[in-house]
Design a protein around this ligand. Structure first.
Ligand code: 5GP
Length: 202
């Protein structure tokens, strides 16, 4: 690894603080209990740690959007899966891993508000990058860590071509890491293609 951004202990401490901040805001109302809406796949480890520190009765849900192709943003956000619960008139917290250029969050907030009509819509993020390429100056209501780090980060939900979400900490990978992971991805691609070839001929 090149640099540790958040250790396991720091993540737990951050989630404890954020949980208390969220508890102070969330309210059950006549339309039902609050919903924590995790943005798949990156925010799921964060949502599952965070929810352990929230005492207000709430339900978990997910929305899936895509804007990244490998390690660079495409600038275009698409919704691939919507929430399973009704959000109408409820307190909803979008749980996201990072705000970088702000493109994803700008789109998400408008989409969730205009499509599902929650009463209050909050945003909770693990990391706010003080980005050099801000497109929308989106601020979260609850923020874990602010960083000037401009390099691509991985671990605890953050992926490198789908890999390394399962590391329990967040870090900047080294050149050596990236080379090793490239080899893992090439090997995986070969195995998948071989499997497809064998199964398509039967
Ligand atoms: P934005 O739209 O604000 O530029 O970027 C937000 C999305 O990009 C996040 O949902 C996250 O999935 C992805 N992203 C931004 N920076 C990084 C990064 O350094 N590492 C990883 N793995 N994903 C990132």
């Amino acid at each position: 690894m090149e640099k540790l951004i958040l250790s396991e202990d720091e993540i737990v401490r951050i989630c404890d603080r954020l949980g208390k901040e969220i508890d102070n805001k969330l309210e059950e109302n006549a339309n039902g209990v609050p919903i924590l809406l995790g943005v798949m796949n990156g925010a799921l480890p964060f949502m599952y740690e965070l929810v352990k520190h929230i005492n207000t009765p709430c339900q978990l849900d997910t929305i899936k959007v895509s804007s990244y192709d490998g390690t660079s943003t495409t600038g275009e956000v698409k919704v691939q899966k919507g929430p399973d619960h009704s959000l109408e008139g409820k307190d909803v917290v979008i749980i996201e891993d990072i705000i970088d250029t702000g493109i994803t969050m700008h789109f998400l907030k408008e989409f969730v508000q205009n499509t599902y009509h929650p009463k209050h819509l909050y945003v909770c993020i693990l990391i706010k990058r003080e980005s050099k390429e801000v497109k929308f100056d989106e601020l979260a209501d609850f923020t874990g860590l602010r960083t000037d780090e401009q390099r691509y980060i991985v671990g605890f939900g953050f992926d490198y071509y789908g890999l390394f979400r399962n590391r329990p900490y967040v870090f900047v990978p080294s050149i050596k890491d990236i080379k090793e992971w490239g080899a893992i991805l090439d090997e995986d691609k070969k195995l998948t293609e071989q499997w497809k070839k064998e199964h398509s001929s039967k």
